[in-house]
Design a protein. Structure first.
Length: 357
């Protein structure tokens, strides 16, 4: 059986970047001929969003040949009251209760919907659920919460990293017969963690950037039961950190260097730009102020945010007689490019520090 796993779309309105991400995920599902799409929480950003989008979601899911299974998360915990339709039962199933399960041949899907319970209570629920499993089947658990084993990844939980939502450890799943634990709530990147006996814990990550903390290509997770999960890159909106270090010895115009780098960026990307290094105003005919103004003009009207601009003009130091004498002697050693750059940077910084005294 082929299963596509995602979470944390945080849908707000039809037609925006998040909605487009959902459409692309459904497209991947059709292309891969999956049997099931699982959404491990936070399909919607709020109850208001769910109420507004439910009729369109119903239409979207009803077009698919595969089943969509939805688990409530902390943002859409109350968005799935019984009696509300998100699609035909043959096309859409919602796990509203820990006692619900979805049996598909030799595969059984369980879920623990998000709720404000303690670690101890969650552990007890897992143990109770574990006793109901059929070991001969492929058992899959959907869960939305904070994996405490990953507390070192501070800031990767979206906008709510200061709080622990339904916290747990991977050790809670030890000796339980879950072959795949497909989780949501962790936004920044996808994580596939092998567990003992060929089992896996998976965070899909958000399939579209929700905040600027979520940088780089987004992914969904494709699973063929009995095999290792693997990432499927998505052509969805995301933030991308672009870091450029300017070299005062580079013959090219520094603004042209930045412009060329930005040309490489996909239309689906919003750039977080960091520009550092040095320029030589004597060579390039551009001062720090002029570079800043040119950079602002270059980025105006584009999906580019200048997060940091720490460029320094070192032209006066490079034209200094001391530097010229040093350079003449140093070049006789035939340094490679890396050594040349490193030594010159150190020498210029020494001149700057001496000049401050």
């Amino acid at each position: 059986m082929k299963i596509l796993h995602t979470s944390d779309l945080h849908l707000r309105k039809e037609g925006d970047e998040r909605w487009e991400a959902l459409e692309k995920i459904l497209g991947v599902g059709r292309k891969e001929k999956i049997d099931v799409l699982v959404i491990s929480g936070d399909l919607f950003d709020s109850p208001v969003s769910a109420e507004e989008l439910r009729p369109r979601i119903r239409t979207l899911f009803s077009r698919n040949e595969f089943l969509t299974v939805i688990l409530p998360g902390n943002h859409d915990e109350t968005c799935y009251p019984r009696g509300m339709s998100f699609g035909d039962r043959e096309k859409v199933r919602i796990i509203r209760d820990i006692n619900e399960k979805i049996e598909l041949g030799n595969v059984t899907i369980y879920g623990i919907p998000y709720s404000t319970i303690s670690e101890e209570r969650l552990m007890q629920r897992l143990q109770d659920l574990g006793r109901k499993l059929t070991p001969e089947k492929t058992n899959i658990l959907l869960i939305h919460g904070t994996l405490l084993d990953m507390v070192s990844y501070a800031g990767e939980w979206g906008e709510e990293e200061e709080m622990e939502y339904m916290p747990f450890h991977t050790s809670y799943f030890k000796n339980l017969n879950f072959d795949y634990i497909l989780a949501g709530h962790f936004h920044t990147t996808c994580h596939i963690t092998p567990l003992e006996n060929g089992k896996y814990f998976v965070y899909s990550g958000s399939p579209v950037s929700i905040t600027q903390k979520e940088t780089g290509t987004r992914y969904a997770i494709l699973i063929e039961t009995g095999k290792e999960p693997h990432r499927v890159p998505l052509n969805t909106f995301h933030y991308l950190e672009v870091k450029i270090t300017l070299d005062p010895f580079d013959q090219r115009n520094p603004i042209e260097i930045v412009a060329e780098k930005l040309k490489e960026v996909s239309p689906n990307v919003s750039v977080l730009l960091y520009v550092s290094g040095s320029i030589n105003s004597s060579k390039h005919g551009i001062t720090e102020e002029e570079f800043q103004n040119a950079l602002n003009s270059l980025c105006m009207g584009k999906k580019v945010k200048v997060c940091e601009m720490t460029v320094r003009d070192v032209g006066k130091y490079m034209e200094n007689e001391i530097f010229r004498l040093f350079s003449k002697k140093f070049e006789k050693t035939n340094p490679d490019d890396e050594k040349r750059k490193r030594i010159y940077q150190m020498f210029i910084m020494a001149m700057i520090n001496l000049g401050d005294k």
